[in-house]
Design a protein around this ligand. Structure first.
Ligand SMILES: [Zn+2]
Length: 201
């Protein structure tokens, strides 16, 4: 059963290139009705896009908040809402890089390898202002890092070498006609060759 807020409305996903994706977002200070609506809509939008995480700027809102529903390395599904996230990553001998594939709902359909630490911990508060801590391995570690990056105005393309970034953009451009401008409000055009192994964030 989901612990995430339900009954939200699907909103169009904002793409890379929009200003709000590439600047430090505002901290959440008002935990009232507008935030509750936003968070429920973000969950609905993440689910419609079949993603495992979504940040507020991915629906065009300049606020440091993300939602996620993502498996860890052992297949345990972890869900949550984090406002004003702060990431902690292993250092020294505990720091091991995972070279797994990464994708972003704001650059839909394209994936590439992106090296990140294989464990992450995020602290912050939930949509009611209560302290939360989430930590994990595998795709969950990647997701927590990817979403916290979004709240800081960083996209994973910023973390790639020029060669990989170029390849990623070329793949995204090829797939762009499959994603209507208001996706996932309007569904994508289905093809058999779409990448389906790794969900995007
Ligand atoms: Zn993303």
């Amino acid at each position: 059963m989901s612990t995430l807020p339900a009954n939200g409305s699907v909103r169009p996903i904002t793409r890379w290139g929009a200003d709000v994706m590439h600047r430090l977002n505002q901290p959440v200070t008002d935990f009232g009705g507008a935030l509750q609506t936003l968070v429920a809509d973000m969950v609905a939008t993440m689910n419609a896009a079949e993603g495992v995480g979504l940040a507020a700027n991915q629906v065009g809102v300049d606020l440091q908040v993300f939602v996620f529903d993502c498996p860890d390395k052992d297949g345990n599904r972890v869900q949550g809402v984090v406002c004003n996230p702060v990431i902690e990553l292993p250092e020294g001998k505990d720091r091991r890089l995972d070279e797994g594939d990464e994708g972003c709902l704001s650059l839909p359909g394209a994936f590439t390898k992106c090296a990140r630490p294989d464990f992450a911990r995020v602290t912050g508060v939930d949509q009611h202002g209560e302290p939360v801590v989430f930590e994990g391995t595998g795709l969950l570690a990647r997701c927590l890092q990817h979403e916290t990056d979004h709240t800081q105005g960083t996209v994973f393309g910023d973390r790639l070498s020029r060669k990989y970034r170029k390849r990623l953009f070329a793949e995204a451009e090829d797939l762009a006609p499959d994603y209507p401008s208001d996706w996932p409000v309007s569904p994508m055009v289905e093809h058999e060759d779409h990448h389906e192994e790794t969900p995007a964030t």
